[in-house]
Design a protein around this ligand. Structure first.
Ligand code: MG
Length: 313
């Protein structure tokens, strides 16, 4: 649910070279470094592995049978999942034109053979340190500071992508808009620090309900959260909405101005985009928002599902 891992993990370097002896030398020398090494013997395999394991850096040979290093780099840079992985060419091709071509394809560095192992190691360390910083920046840009779940910016980005994907693959997509009931009264009575603590507890309870990697929980506004559920139909979304409601109810956070048992509750609005409907993000969110409003007017601590328009296109 959280867009990026918080903890520092050992960086992974993927080495792609068609000559096993070259791989052996690199693996042997890089083993003492604090990095995880994965090897591939062809451009195709390298591209596939890069998508699968998302390494922090790729050391890429150029001259390989089949898909060569240039083409592999081009494909990596053209693929959303791998475009931000730094590529370092390590090759016997050492004239100016080769180096220029490699760097113009988006490689961060170009090392010609024969090379010095200490310099190679130093360069890898520098590139990995930069990659780590860039990961942290991406994480900061996507995360809500208080609750550590995704922020609205990240949600807006993901929902566009997921809605197009749903329409392309003809699958359902659901969203659940969530609002903490009478939160203003909570803040007025218990104070803002307590309000912040409440939002953290609520977001943790909400996350605990979501288990699939593609499900996304985001903080949408002050006391508003939103859940994106790819490949989930209206029944599935209703099921999750009820679990979310229960999870927050079970926290039993005292709230003396609440309508329900003097505790903090949430209201939820569910909207689903079905495969045959072509919808835009704004309309889907508006449906969820209207459903949320209904849940509020019907007494809070409940979810309402949006009514579907019957016209299909
Ligand atoms: Mg080669």
């Amino acid at each position: 649910m959280i867009p990026y891992e918080n903890s520092y993990k050992t960086p992974t370097v993927l080495i792609v070279d068609d000559v096993p002896a070259n791989l052996d030398v690199l693996v042997e020398n890089l083993q003492q470094e604090n990095i995880e090494l994965v090897v591939a013997l062809s451009g195709e395999e390298g591209y596939r592995l890069a998508n699968e394991i998302k390494p922090d850096l790729i050391l890429l040979d150029i001259m390989m049978p089949g898909v060569d290093g240039y083409e592999t780099c081009r494909r990596l840079k053209a693929t959303r999942e791998t475009t931000d992985i730094p590529v370092v060419f390590l090759t016997a091709k050492d004239n100016e034109r080769d180096i220029e071509q490699g760097l113009c394809l988006g490689a961060v560095d170009y090392i010609s053979k024969p090379f010095s192992m200490p310099i190679l190691k130093a360069r890898l360390r520098n590139h990995l340190a930069l990659k780590h910083k860039s990961n942290l920046l991406v994480q900061l840009a996507c995360t809500d500071e208080l609750t550590r779940v995704a922020n609205r910016r990240h949600f807006d980005y993901v929902i566009e992508r997921e809605l197009s994907r749903a329409q392309r693959n003809q699958t359902d997509l659901s969203v659940i808009m969530i609002d903490v009931d009478h939160f203003k009264l909570f803040n007025d009575h218990y104070g803002h620090p307590e309000g912040d603590r409440c939002l953290k507890q609520v977001s943790r309870a909400l996350s605990s309900v979501l288990h699939r990697p593609a499900d996304l929980l985001a903080r949408y506004g002050g006391e508003e959260f939103i859940v994106l559920l790819p490949e989930t139909d209206a029944d599935g979304a209703a099921d999750i909405a009820e679990k979310l409601r229960q999870a927050v109810f079970s926290l039993s956070i005292p709230h003396q101005n609440s309508d329900s048992d003097d505790r903090v509750t949430i209201s939820l609005g569910v909207a689903t985009c079905r495969p045959k409907e072509s919808q835009i993000v704004e309309d889907l969110l508006e449906s969820a928002d209207k459903a949320l409003y209904q849940a509020k007017t019907h007494g809070r601590n409940r979810f309402t599902a949006a009514c579907h328009s019957t016209h299909h296109n």
